[in-house]
Design a protein around this ligand. Structure first.
Ligand SMILES: C[S@@+](CC[C@H](N)C(=O)[O-])C[C@H]1O[C@@H](n2cnc3c(N)ncnc32)[C@H](O)[C@@H]1O
Length: 291
């Protein structure tokens, strides 16, 4: 699996494990009666592994939807490896993967196209992790709720909310983060507006307006720093390098080239020396679709 985005999403799993708001997870656990799960923008499928690890799921059907074919191909391999490492039975069929009693299905689709075409079987739980800040929420939300049975559960997590913090402070940080966030607000992908930098806080109002106010919410900030031995947990040094690369791509052409190169050199050096602290502010919500 040589696709860099695959390694990034695998390295992100431990960061999300720590970040996901446990009060929101507890509410999801209280509400969930089992059934069909649909995850949109599912990437590598690390959420499948997490929900099995957290014993929120044990069987049933789980649909992974993503626009990126390579990620879905890698997802099969990653999930097989993960399951075999835990002694779970794995059966790989053409159309699905069976992990113990859980049947995992893979759908390659862009969410806007998917919503405008005929929809599959409605889900009992809709999951979007680190995804809704990549789409135009007010235009997308009503369609998303049509993917659920009436009154079905949603769990929308890791919704970015306008704060990117690198420590130690650097004189360029304020200006660079302002430009980086503005880029999120202006982003267009697949011919549509693609998200915004304050998705987390605005999502609350969009959910209410759509008749689906949250039952619980909480912050799910990413907080990444080295352990006392100076090494980052798991593959989180790679996670940090990927985040820095994303910031660099967002800034290139919009800030002074020499200053950007200087900032990147320093930040990457801080990852190597175990000095860099990275925080991203995010918000989680769980609730029910209109019935
Ligand atoms: C930040 S990643 C999160 C992946 C996964 N949910 C996780 O947290 O590990 C966003 C994912 O959304 C997918 N994606 C982005 N825009 C999309 C769209 N318009 N339709 C479907 N998938 C999309 C990307 O391919 C990527 O896998």
């Amino acid at each position: 699996m040589s696709y860099p985005y695959t390694r990034y999403l695998a390295s992100k799993k431990s960061v999300d494990d720590r970040a996901l708001h446990q009060g929101v997870v507890a509410e999801l656990r209280r509400q969930w009666r089992g059934g069909r799960v649909l995850e949109i923008g599912a990437g590598l499928g690390t959420m499948v592994a997490r929900l099995l690890e957290w014993e929120l799921l044990s069987g049933g059907d789980y649909v992974l939807l993503d626009v990126d074919r390579q990620l879905l191909l890698d997802s099969r391999l990653w999930l097989c490896e993960w399951a075999e490492g835990r002694g779970l039975s794995v059966v790989s069929r053409d159309e699905r993967l069976e992990l113990g009693d859980l049947r995992v299905h893979f759908v390659e689709a862009e969410i806007g196209d998917y919503l405008s075409q005929g929809l599959g079987q409605p889900a009992d739980l809709l999951i979007a992790n680190a995804f809704l800040d990549l789409v135009e929420v007010p235009a997308t939300l009503p369609g998303l709720f049509r993917l659920l049975v009436p009154g079905g559960l949603y769990w929308f997590t890791i919704n970015f909310d306008g704060e990117t913090i690198f420590q130690p402070d650097h004189p360029y940080d304020q200006e660079f983060m302002r430009v980086y966030h503005r880029g999120m607000d202006e982003r267009v992908r697949y011919g549509r507006p693609a998200g915004e930098s304050r998705c987390g806080r605005h999502l609350y109002h969009h959910l209410r307006a759509a008749g689906a106010p949250p039952l619980a919410s909480g912050s799910s900030d990413w907080v990444v720093h080295a352990r006392p031995d100076g090494l980052y947990f798991g593959d989180e040094a790679y996670f940090l390098e990927s985040i820095l690369q994303t910031v660099e791509e967002g800034l290139r052409g919009h800030v002074c080239e020499e200053q950007l190169a200087e900032w990147m050199r320093l930040r990457l050096e801080q990852v190597r020396s175990g000095e860099l602290l990275y925080i991203a502010h995010q918000i989680d919500y769980v609730g029910r679709a209109p019935s």
